[in-house]
Design a protein around this ligand. Structure first.
Ligand code: SAM
Length: 415
């Protein structure tokens, strides 16, 4: 049985147009732009936005060799800093929102149901313009709901006060029907801990979206800091969602973080996604250090973003990213994600590469997958129906595996 990692169907053309309308209205009211018409103006986009998008892209996509080095604080205080924030808001916030909704949708499709308590107590680290909080509110309102309680609050933690102001105003504008209250905390987060002050309360939802990669702290120290903080400040059955860039070194850093967390052997720490178990990471096993793992979702961009993509020579039609979802829970994976349960006569594997589809010369679909026994180079004879379901991120349940890691024949048990 194949389960495609699907983009939320509601991230469609209607959503994109509506998001553009909401952004334009909010930015006009907040005096970030002079009128909603600015977003349709190539002159405005190329003069006031593009240079900042190019600058931010340069630091976010920093050269592979220096990716480990973190990023210095970049919001600044000069006259250009307002336009820098405005450009982030226009170009990066919507795509990170879509990525976070993709992760939420994945929890939803695997049957995750909230058990973290009747009141939401969420915290977002490096919140920028409240991207994660709004993404989750949007997913909850649009059919990817895991039944989060509508009572509760978000704590937004961010080093930049102006970004916090934008985030708090954007979340609470009536554009989103955001059900929770917002508290903002202007703070420098020390990624090697303690991540929260000792007297801070317990939370039941943690998010970190494109934040950890900005730290140059050693991954082992970050893992310790996170585990210590979750021990003290995360409720039982609480959830932590980390979304990071898809670039090789940053993605490998997230895989190493998972490995370091598992080494701590905390009985309450459960990796839920994307890996379907606590096995050693197949990508990290690559001796040359060239392998990594990422996800990708497709969406409809707001029309002004398509224009900016053209002007910047970039392409945000589909959105790659890396992610990790951790639960503080003693329950089994299939209890937490019931769609993974059921008939257990085979194994459950996840596709971690694009698929080479059958051709007239080769009747097999070929792909790499991750399984309890590591990373496998797989072949699957499939009919047109099954092939349609295959793609990066797809899960095959009840798979019968024969052969070794270099050539594994997969049979789906569905014929
Ligand atoms: C790339 S932005 C992501 C913002 C938001 N999470 C999103 O996905 O749109 C990273 C944010 O994290 C903040 N940040 C990074 N490191 C931080 C730290 N050590 N303490 C506080 N804020 C930090 C930055 O100021 C920035 O606003």
């Amino acid at each position: 049985m194949v389960y495609l990692m699907e983009s939320p169907a509601w991230l469609d053309k209607t959503y994109a147009a509506l998001l553009e309308e909401k952004i334009a209205r909010f930015m006009t009211e907040a005096k970030m732009i002079s009128s909603p018409r600015d977003l349709a103006s190539s002159r405005f986009l190329s003069r006031s936005v593009l240079p900042h998008v190019e600058r931010l892209t340069g630091s976010f996509n920093r050269k592979e060799s220096s990716q480990d080095g973190g990023i210095k604080p970049y919001w600044g205080t000069g006259s250009n800093s307002a336009n820098l924030r405005m450009s982030y808001f226009l170009y990066y916030m919507p795509s990170n929102m879509a990525r976070m909704t993709g992760v939420w949708h994945e929890l939803w499709r695997l049957g995750y149901k909230w058990r973290g308590g009747e009141e939401l107590r969420a915290v977002d680290f490096g919140s920028g313009p409240a991207t994660a909080a709004i993404a989750i509110a949007t997913a909850e309102a649009n059919g990817s709901s895991i039944d989060l309680p509508r009572d509760g609050s978000w704590a937004l933690i961010e080093r930049d006060g102006k970004m916090l102001d934008i985030g708090s105003a954007w979340a609470t504008t009536d554009a989103h029907s955001f059900p929770w209250t917002i508290k903002t905390f202007r703070r420098e987060i020390n990624a090697t801990g303690p991540l929260l002050p000792r007297g801070a309360p317990k939370f039941n939802l943690w998010t970190m979206c494109y934040m950890l990669d900005e730290s140059d702290a050693p991954v082992r120290d970050i893992a310790r800091a996170l585990a210590d903080a979750w021990e003290r400040h995360l409720d039982d059955e609480g959830l932590c969602v980390i979304v990071e860039p898809a670039l090789k070194l940053q993605s490998r850093k997230l895989l190493s973080l998972r490995a370091e967390l598992l080494k701590l052997e905390k009985p309450w720490l459960k990796v839920l996604l994307p890996c379907l178990g606590h096995q050693d990471c197949g990508a990290l096993a690559d001796r040359d250090g060239e392998d990594w793992c990422h996800e990708e979702i497709s969406w409809w961009r707001p029309p002004y973003m398509a224009k900016l993509d053209t002007l910047a020579g970039l392409d945000h039609k589909s959105l790659p990213f890396s992610y990790l979802v951790i639960a503080k829970s003693a329950r089994t994976l299939t209890d937490i994600l019931p769609e993974l349960g059921g008939d257990s006569s085979g194994e459950t594997i996840r596709l971690v590469s694009p698929v080479h589809f059958p051709t007239s010369n080769n009747p097999d679909a070929e792909f790499f997958s991750c399984s309890a026994r590591g990373k496998l180079r797989c072949r699957l004879k499939c009919d047109r129906e099954t092939c349609r379901e295959l793609g990066r991120g797809a899960i095959i349940k009840n798979a019968l595996l024969r052969g070794d890691a270099n050539c594994t024949r997969v049979e789906t048990g569905d014929g």
